[in-house]
Design a protein around this ligand. Structure first.
Ligand code: C2E
Ligand code: MG
Ligand code: MG
Ligand code: MG
Length: 249
């Protein structure tokens, strides 16, 4: 109860912050993108992870405010790096609840312009489980977003129990293999993941491996044909200034 009350006005009080987790290109080992991840600096409970407040925010409507903050912060950072001559892509997580807002698209397009953020440097991530709830609505919204020139990523792929053929109705440019598959040790399941990655890549979609925690896992996802990797083995999510020093901005 009290967490819900605390969340009211948390954005206005400056308690929300974006951490960033790097993604490396598995061909060059260079950092090519970062994912923005919400953190709440709670006045008494300390730094809270998204699982403590995102679902609640989706239920009580505060997700619009939090989502707008994360999108603006991500675009501001991305535009700043771009201004330094560093074309680091920025991925921002978006809830399906935000997509239902008729003002979302206009707001985003205005944001890109205000911050002079090149749309091709922004990727919007939506979890597979949220995507499949209402495919026709989501397909329309994502089509409009794709027209803006931003990338569209299917997050936590493999956990939403959707079929690839249904997902193909959506204009996505990237697919993130969920960490459970990346960390799996079962040979048969791994063989299936490898086949899946091949099929997806054949369609010109970029495949990113999430939750890479060890060198073995990094080698494996590279062998699968994943183009990018993200995970604790590369770096944990860190503050904006942490990223700045990592990339020399
Ligand atoms: P996600 O988008 O799949 O983000 C990846 C999550 O996996 C992050 O958790 C990250 O810290 C964690 N992770 C990264 N590498 C590793 C690894 O090697 N091992 C393990 N065990 N975990 C790893 P985080 O930051 O707690 O975020 C959890 C989820 O909350 C995100 O999953 C995303 O779905 C949601 N989320 C985060 N920020 C936002 C936001 O601004 N808006 C919305 N709508 N959802 C958000
Ligand atoms: Mg994500
Ligand atoms: Mg994920
Ligand atoms: Mg997740």
């Amino acid at each position: 109860m009290s967490l819900d009350e605390d969340l009211q006005g948390a954005v206005a009080r400056g308690e929300l912050t974006a951490y960033y987790q790097p993604q490396i290109d598995l061909g060059t080992d260079r950092i090519v993108a970062v994912e923005a991840l919400a953190r709440w600096e709670h006045p008494t409970r300390g730094l809270l992870p998204p699982r403590d407040f995102i679902t609640r925010a989706e239920e009580n409507g505060l997700i619009h405010e939090i989502g707008d903050f994360m999108m603006e912060t991500g675009c501001e950072s991305g535009a700043g790096w771009h201004g330094h001559g560093l074309d680091l892509e920025v991925a921002v997580n978006v809830s399906a609840v935000q997509l239902t807002d008729p003002a979302f698209l206009g707001g985003l397009s205005e944001l890109l312009e205000t911050h002079a953020m090149p749309p091709e440097l922004l990727t919007i991530e939506i979890t597979e489980s949220q995507l499949i709830e209402d495919i026709p609505m989501v397909a329309t919204r994502l089509g409009e977003l794709a027209d803006l020139g931003v990338g569209i990523s299917i997050d936590d792929f493999g956990t939403g129990h959707s079929s690839l053929s249904r997902l193909q109705e959506l204009p996505f440019t990237e697919l993130k293999i969920d960490q459970h598959f990346v960390q799996d040790d079962d040979e048969t399941r791994l063989a299936l993941v490898a086949i899946m990655v091949g099929l997806i890549r054949d369609r010109g979609v970029r495949v990113v491996a999430e939750g890479v925690e060890t060198l073995d896992q990094l080698r494996r996802v590279r062998d699968f044909g994943c183009e990018r990797a993200q995970g604790f083995y590369v770096s944990r999510p860190i503050s904006k200034s942490g990223i700045d020093s990592l990339i020399g901005a």
